[in-house]
Write a protein that binds this ligand. Structure first.
Ligand code: FES
Length: 526
């Protein structure tokens, strides 16, 4: 099996029975904030796009690059579709001119022509990608590969059960706006960033240890930020709180925990993988490339500047009456929303900075009051400050997912009262009836699900499944004192009260070993 690195989370897999192109991303994403690094725009995409199969893990714009798919990927390719709850991905592919689809069933192995086997695991909670993320398992001639991408299954047993995996591709770096955009003192931001960076690596080590593949390929990031306004997010300033470590940092950190089987793919690197080893060639030496990272970034910044400027020029739509349009689009969704609106539990304020850079219009999405209205000098759960032009653009194009556009752009600042609230982001990625209904249904089922099984960790008996996304706490749970941390996403719980310390809701069932009554069940609701 041959794997060609094509940048970020993208790769082309070649076997004698067919080729699969995965997640090709070249054009900037999220309001021209993210670019692939190392640059992959110079690859021979005509040749790379001439494939038998196409797999896109999910609809985030650094994986699903519509313009690139339309221009470069053969429409004769069969699209391997994950079993997602909505038809959005298939609809988008059809719009681009693709007509051949293989609709996979979740976690079912499919044998394609010539003995090539694939299996796709689809994750479908409202917090997984834009309503769905997935991983691709491939087997040919005894060689097995898992392209886990940036998906976060609770464990990898489904793949491990299919036999020893030879190549494991997975995410190791950050892909979020936290904590950089928060209006916090620099020292606090650095401390939170450092924690996040460590957690990302811990999660990666855990997945690697789960699968024990022969070779580990760090993929799916980090992106680079070429706009002058975002340049500080690149990990080139020796900032231990930067959440975007690159592949060379991965190798160094992996070595510290004893990892010696890491392989970095640059765009154009080729790895020949067999059951007994991997031979990899690179277009330039990997160490040398990353030693010159700053120079590469600066060169890219100059080269891509016209692209960024052209995009910026397209965002302003002065004819859009933002308050009126937000009311028209969002109020019907607030009316439909039960779980998400209750989960947000308070008003969310948007401060929109005008073209002059000074005037500000403050608009509130009032979740309890189910309306969108001017800010009325009240306390809010979250406050976001961004350019009015960005919101005008979102309304102009009818964007249904503000996470997959505004929030991932990092072109905003944020402040909040209290804990992280996942419902805020879940709502703003569900600005269509179809998505909202799915998310509401999911939370409904999730809330009702009775997770009866308990386990013991140290002095505590706790429910086996994490109240967040059901990670098995016998593997991911760590108890220190009276606090439990679930290492999958780092959520923390106060065991005596059962209270989640990371987000509102999500209470855990727990009691000290030997105490018959659950303390958390008898505690007052918070
Ligand atoms: S499953 Fe996300 S923190 Fe436990």
């Amino acid at each position: 099996m041959r794997v060609t690195g094509t940048g970020h989370a993208s790769m082309r897999i070649d076997t004698a029975a067919g080729s699969i192109l995965c997640d090709p991303w070249v054009n900037p994403a999220y309001f021209a904030s993210w670019f692939p690094f190392p640059d992959n725009s110079q690859l021979d995409w005509e040749a790379l796009g001439d494939v038998d199969y196409l797999y896109v893990s999910h609809l985030h714009r650094d994986h699903f690059d519509a313009a690139h798919l339309k221009r470069y990927v053969s429409k004769k390719a069969t699209v391997l579709l994950p079993e997602f709850p909505t038809s959005e991905m298939e609809d988008e592919f059809r719009e681009l001119g693709f007509t051949k689809f293989l609709k996979t069933r979740n976690e079912e192995v499919v044998e394609l022509n010539g003995g090539l086997k694939i299996m796709i695991q689809a994750l479908t909670s409202p917090t997984d990608g834009p309503i769905g993320d997935s991983s691709l398992w491939v087997e040919y001639d005894g060689v097995r590969l898992l392209n886990q991408n940036d998906a976060r299954p609770t464990d990898l047993s489904t793949f491990a059960e299919l036999g020893h995996v030879h190549a494991h591709m997975l995410q190791f770096s950050g892909a979020i706006w936290y904590p950089m955009v928060y209006e916090l003192p620099q020292a606090a931001k650095t401390a939170f960033g450092k924690q996040k960076r460590e957690r990302q690596f811990d999660r990666t080590w855990r997945y690697i240890d789960d699968l024990k593949a022969d070779h580990v390929f760090p993929i799916a990031g980090p992106p680079c930020f070429l706009d002058d306004e975002l340049w500080q997010f690149n990990d080139i300033f020796d900032d231990e709180g930067n959440i975007f470590p690159d592949q060379s940092v991965f190798l160094a950190e992996y070595a510290k925990v004893g990892g010696t089987n890491g392989i970095v793919l640059l765009p154009g690197s080729v790895s020949e993988i067999t059951t007994s080893g991997a031979t990899t060639t690179h277009p330039v030496p990997v160490e040398e490339f990353f030693a010159n990272k700053v120079a590469h970034l600066e060169e890219m910044r100059e080269r891509k500047r016209p692209i960024i400027e052209a995009e910026k020029a397209s965002w302003r739509h002065p004819e859009v009456d933002v308050l009126k349009e937000l009311k028209r689009r969002i109020e019907p969704l607030l009316d439909e929303s039960i779980y998400l609106a209750k989960g947000v539990g308070g008003p969310v304020r948007f401060d929109l900075v005008g073209y002059d850079g000074e005037s500000v219009e403050s608009i509130v999405v009032d979740f309890p009051g189910k309306q969108v209205r001017p800010y009325a000098d009240e306390k809010v759960r979250y406050r976001f400050r961004t350019e009015r032009a960005l919101v005008e653009h979102l309304l102009h194009i009818g964007e249904v997912d503000w996470v997959n556009s505004l929030f991932l752009s990092c072109r905003f600042s944020a402040a909040r009262i209290g804990q992280y609230n996942e419902f805020v982001y879940a709502f703003f990625k569900c600005l269509s009836t179809e998505r909202l209904q799915y998310a509401e249904g999911w939370y409904d089922e999730h809330e009702r699900a009775v997770d009866a099984e308990d386990i013991t960790i140290g002095d505590w008996t706790v429910q086996r499944r994490c109240p967040h996304l059901k990670a098995d706490l016998s593997r991911f749970g760590i108890v220190e004192g009276d606090q439990l941390t679930c290492q999958l996403h780092g959520w923390r719980f106060d065991l005596p009260s059962g209270r989640c310390l990371t987000s509102v809701g999500h209470k855990i069932r727990a009691h000290r070993v030997g105490e018959e009554t659950s303390v958390s069940e008898t505690a007052q609701p918070s």
